[in-house]
Design a binder for this molecule. Structure first.
Ligand code: NOJ
Length: 737
């Protein structure tokens, strides 16, 4: 049998047997690449020098942040020439919602409630990334978030573990495909675990979660990603219940490997291993290295100082068993072998350009943006715009801002390919309709604490330094006055959500409310298009705008989607992946709360504000109108049930409905949430059409992790099912116990 015919595990073992201690320690190191030492500036130059020495000595396993085919090829060549055993580099990158073609942000695409679309989008992202030599994405981000102050809510699936699990699995399937061929990349669900529950919604702050919440809410999306075959996993930064996640053996070994059977490799978040010292957990970098490796961390991602650079010494000094290092190296080698890197370490640079320019990728991005949009309000059926509309004023600081259409975690975008909202509305307008534009007010900039210019490059067209505030507002009001409808595009800049983008308020930033007030005062009907990574405070805006459409950061084709949605070429059909708070003081806010004390007082738990959301989880309107009727429940073996309903489009427009199934139990071994999402299907219906929709509920769906028993249980009790259009669905039936 030739060596290529052996299994990755056997080949990895054979390689390991030939490796020196230094070579092994190189494999478990991942360096940021911010260019060559000659190109890099400031503190990054020292980084680049370190990387170059590691490349020259063949003692590095992986690089991140290289994103050009010519660069991955050059670095790979340089490395292979120096590497005694010719072990290729693994290139990782944050391919979060697209590579060159940018899709809606993860929170947005979760709102599509369309896992097939999510899978297809990430398959495109994988194809584009792999074409330039990227082998592995630091995605999907599957952190449940129930506090919209946290900036990274934009990167995940929202508040619900069931939706989060479905989206996590779909993304893994999209990235990895059925085989890790040259169209696919390794998927790395992150950040393990609980990162979305940081205190006060402050990024990186500590997380204290009961086992009950951890197992029932925060872990299910990770488990789903692992079950879908994810080959990597990234640790979180913060301490979970006092133990930093990157040194947390309970998480990285007991749960991940022993309970779930994960056999891929674990990477730290950037600098999270050396930061075990900063946490006040490890006394020294050596101790940090030992704790992390013993906890189950295979690969260390770093800029600057490293913990794992001390591993060789720790082995020599007998502080750690070399067998643990071997195990980590084996896992990394296996990934490289599974990817076929030894056989094909380079990419075809010309072919890469063609892949990045594929028109079908852009078309899918448009579909994804259309299907992610959520219609929150539509008074007097203002939308879709009718032929009576002859003049449209497109207003607002985000209306013509291409970079803001894309959202955070975007690096390889081509802004000339990005269709802004203004451009998309103009392109979709029927012949003879006039589309005017004015930004009205400036978009405030925010400060960035990071030295990495590339992460937050400024886009000239979003630079408001020279904007004439007084004239700008007057012009917008004048255009609104002349128009049949004013379309305001408001919300957040692309960098107002994301990492280190927590915010203490949910208010529209800067003078945007002032613009909305002034435009609404003209009496012209107002459509509010929201571009944001989080729910914003719409208490007042909701009374001024006749229609509100949440577009999120919709990606490369966000504008085209907006135009088609506005003019009715397609109907919005997305649903909220979180409970939309009225006010920041309500967060964390969830639909799946328990009854707790005084269930009848549930909506009045503050004296100055109701405790209900402005819009419930799962909510979203359509141009169609849907009736959900004829609920039938047929009990099946093992406490399960088959649940079905009839959905009818009673409206005059075609549209999509996301039919949602919720389940609740009123008694049992724990006080469970009033209801929990356990199934959904997005269907398309022409006016007058109807469809029977069926869900299968099995015992796994009905189980929960019980804190007293420290185990999963299925209570043998009666349950209620609700089926309908959102988490407040009223149509219900009982499953007998
Ligand atoms: C830090 C972030 O927390 C993580 O999500 C990301 O993948 C890495 N940096 C690499 O950019």
């Amino acid at each position: 049998m030739s060596i290529e015919d052996q299994s990755p595990k056997a080949r990895a073992r054979a390689l390991l047997a030939q490796m020196s201690l230094d070579e092994k320690c190189g494999q478990v190191r991942q360096y940021f690449c911010f260019g060559t030492a000659a190109e890099a500036v400031g503190p990054l130059a020292a980084e680049a020098r370190k990387m170059e020495i590691a490349l020259a000595t063949g003692t590095v396993g992986s690089l991140l942040f290289v994103s050009k085919a010519s660069q991955t090829n050059a670095l790979q060549r340089q490395h292979l020439e120096a590497s005694r055993l010719k072990i290729p580099l693994l290139f990782g990158f944050d391919v979060i919602h697209g590579f060159r073609t940018i899709f809606p942000t993860p929170i947005a695409i979760a709102a599509s409630f369309d896992p097939a679309l999510v899978e297809a989008s990430q398959a495109v992202a994988a194809r584009e990334a792999r074409a330039v030599g990227i082998h592995w994405t630091f995605a999907p981000m599957v952190d449940i978030c129930r506090d919209a102050r946290w900036g990274r809510i934009v990167e995940g699936p929202g508040e619900d573990p069931f939706l989060g699990a479905v989206m996590a699995a779909a993304q893994v399937r999209g990235f990895q495909g059925t085989t890790l061929d040259d169209q696919h990349v390794l998927a790395g669900p992150k950040h393990f675990a609980g990162y979305g529950a940081s205190l006060g919604g402050r990024d990186y702050d500590e997380v204290n979660l009961s086992d009950y919440e951890l197992h029932n809410v925060y872990l299910p999306p990770f488990k789903a990603a692992i079950d879908a075959g994810a080959r990597n996993l990234m640790t979180a930064y913060m301490p979970l219940n006092g133990v930093p996640a990157t040194g947390n053996r309970h998480l990285l070994t007991t749960i991940l490997r022993e309970h779930w059977g994960f056999d891929g490799f674990v990477v730290s978040d950037a600098n999270a291993a050396i930061n075990l010292v900063a946490h006040g957990f490890s006394a020294s970098p050596v101790e940090a290295a030992v704790s992390a490796l013993e906890a189950g961390l295979d690969l260390e991602m770093t800029t600057g100082t490293s913990a794992y650079e001390h591993l060789a010494q720790a082995v020599v000094d007998g502080l750690i068993d070399e067998a643990l290092l071997d195990q980590a190296v084996l896992r990394i080698l296996e990934a490289k072998l599974e990817l076929g890197l030894f056989e094909a370490p380079f990419v075809d640079e010309e072919a890469a350009e063609a892949v990045l320019a594929t028109p079908a990728h852009r078309d899918l991005a448009r579909t994804a943006a259309e299907r992610s949009a959520v219609l929150l309000r539509n008074e007097d059926a203002l939308l879709p715009l009718t032929p009576a509309i002859r003049r449209v004023a497109v207003l607002g600081p985000l209306a013509d801002a291409p970079r803001d259409c894309l959202g955070p975690w975007v690096f390889e975008q081509d802004l000339s390919e990005t269709v802004t909202i203004r451009a998309g509305i103009a392109a979709a307008a029927p012949a003879g309709v006039t589309v005017d534009y004015a930004p009205g007010v400036a978009m405030p900039m925010r400060q960035h604490p990071w030295p990495f210019g590339r992460m937050h490059e400024r886009d000239d067209r979003s630079d408001w330094a020279d904007f004439d505030e007084a004239a700008g507002l007057a012009r917008a009001v004048e255009l609104a006055r002349q128009a049949d409808v004013a379309v305001l595009v408001l919300g957040e800049r692309y960098d107002m959500s994301g990492e280190i983008a927590s915010c203490s308020t949910l208010d529209l930033a800067g003078r945007q409310m002032e613009l909305l007030d002034a435009v609404a005062a003209t009496g012209t009907p107002v459509v509010l298009l929201l571009m944001s990574g989080r729910p914003l405070d719409l208490r007042r805006a909701g009374t001024l705008a006749d229609a509100i459409l949440q577009l999120w950061h919709g990606g490369t084709r966000a504008g085209e989607a907006a135009g088609r949605l506005l003019w009715g070429a397609v109907s919005p059909g997305g649903k909220l992946p979180f409970s939309w708070p009225r006010h920041v003081g309500q967060v964390p806010l969830i639909y799946g709360h328990t009854r707790s004390h005084s269930p009848e007082g549930q909506t009045r738990r503050y004296w100055d504000e109701t405790s209900t959301p402005l819009y419930p989880f799962g909510f979203g309107l359509s141009y169609g109108a849907f009736a959900v009727t004829d609920l039938t429940v047929i009990p099946t073996a093992g406490a399960g049930a088959e649940v079905s309903v009839t959905v009818t489009n009673t409206g005059i427009h075609a549209g999509d409905e996301v039919v949602q199934l919720y389940v609740g139990q009123a008694s049992g071994s724990s006080a469970r949430p009033v209801r929990e999402l356990k199934g959904f299907q997005r269907i398309h219906l022409a006016p007058g059409a109807r469809q029977r929709v069926t869900f299968q509920l099995d015992a796994t769906a009905l189980s929960h992790w019980n804190d007293a028993r420290k185990d999963w249980v299925v209570d043998r009790v009666a349950r209620t099912v609700w089926v309908g259009s959102d988490s407040q669905a009223g149509l219900s039936a009982r499953i007998p116990g």
